[in-house]
Write a new protein. Sequence first.
Length: 504
Amino acid sequence: MVMGITGWTQAPVTSMWHLPLDPSQLVVRMACDSLEVMVPTIQPMTAWNRPNSLRPSLDPFSGLKVLGEAKQITGDFNAPATAIGLGTSGALFQRAFYQVQLTRWRLPLGFPLAQEVGAHRSMDGLGIASLLSTSVASVERLEASLSWALSPSVALRVGQESHHWGPGARSLFLDRHMAPAAGARLWIDAGPVQYTHLLLRTRHFNATSDSAEIGWMAAHWAEVQLGGGWTGAVFGAVKWRANDVAFQGRVEPHYIVPLAAFRPREYSIGSADNALIGAQCTWRKRRRRGQWFTGYGQVLFDELLVSKLFAGNQWWGNKWGVLVGAHSTSRSGKWGWLVEGAAVRPWTYTHQSLPLSYTHLHQPLGHPAGGNFMEGRARLRAVVRQDWVVRLSALRRVQGRSLGGGESLLSFAAGEMPWTSFSERESDDGHPWLQGANTLVHRLELDVAYPLGDRYGAAGLEAFVRAWTRLEAQASPGAWQEPWDAGRLEIGIRQSRVMEERDW
């Protein structure tokens, strides 16, 4: 088997898809800074429309790659977990790049993931899932894409994959935690301006139907270089259902046209589609001692009525969120830190029906916590003795939960779940932040890894030990989901990064 650098979201070594503290993030930034071009905040990044040092090899077929993970879990339960998959990638004519991979996971389940798999055929954004038993799930994750550079500044991309729009660990717009979705993307790099237009097909299962409802989402993003290390971006998205009242298989052409705002078009056709708008500001700076620093902020709105925002009556339609963070990497890239905070109002990602909600496969397309929460997270990464990689992460989240006997048996809808219809709200006014059952979640994780790739000729293969604990407390009883605690020790080998950043 031949191993190498790829553009996969699962790949352990790639400059097309990376986390904020990854060495690849620093490689991308240094390459862009050397040419004084803007650092993209759209992932996965393009293949050919970028600095020469970041472009893929010219091999039309890179060989088959074995992907996966094998580990033994001890703690609140004891069981093995495995993932096995195959994939390949290649470049054509110095203009095209393709990649495809299929991975199947066999995972032991604890509460409440077994309920999610049984009712919604998905699991925490990993992919399509099914129950092999009451405590074991099979999850299939297919990712494939074909990108084509139409010119040095324009590229098209089609396929099924996850997306992340933003420089942080989390994003309010499109978050890497989302399940892979089929779609197409236009990318334009005009120097001081970068533009992206994306079309995604979303699927929505529920416990009462054997088939999935289909939704569509169009999103676009324009980022401008402002000088002095500052960039500013605007975001827009609209979600609609494929089968409307009078139309079946609807793909609305109004939303496919690039370089035009979605919300005015939504009003012009008299639709009840779910439109969101947002903005981002980023500052990148090289410090005196050579550290690479990035500070960023995002704001997201659904209903934007200024009179309601300042009326003080806590109108349910005051749907907005904010995210602020910073991360820094040392000059050598051997250590780095990240701090980030986010808060999202109730009902922000919701709409009247499942296909209109800002979700795909029972997972938010934006921040994975959904709505009605406030959280803070911190991450540290360090390379010890040249080879050992140590990662430490902590999360604290306060969230208001709906009340009732189950997800579909709510006595009070708090607006934290994006797939809950906003028609289930009790009233128009009186929706404070963190309404419902107040829930506090703490999560702490330590991950220590040692690379094995050079020894076995498999890039990215590593042995690892991971210990994590999750503690949840509710201030009052009655939430639709009981609090659950977990503590686990995981030991194994991996050549996959999908489970990173999965805070469950």
